[in-house]
Write a protein of this length. Structure first.
Length: 67
């Protein structure tokens, strides 16, 4: 869904790197998890990100930080 502009993708940055480099996806938040369990939140490039997506990414970051 993220590729079609209707959602957020969570995934390994190494697998998404071509899409990030091409601008097809953009990294929502500069922070990710290090190591084998790394996750990055990415979403389609848009002039103004949906505030709900930003809130989701912040919630996810905070939730994972508490584990």
């Amino acid at each position: 869904m993220a590729f079609s502009g209707h959602g957020v993708a969570l995934g390994d940055k190494r697998l998404l790197q071509d899409d990030l480099n091409s601008g097809r996806l953009v990294q929502l938040h500069p922070h990710g998890l290090e190591g084998n369990d790394a996750m990055y939140v990415v979403f389609p490039k848009a002039p103004t990100p949906d505030p709900r997506v930003i809130l989701f990414a912040e919630w996810l970051r905070d939730d994972l930080a508490n584990e």
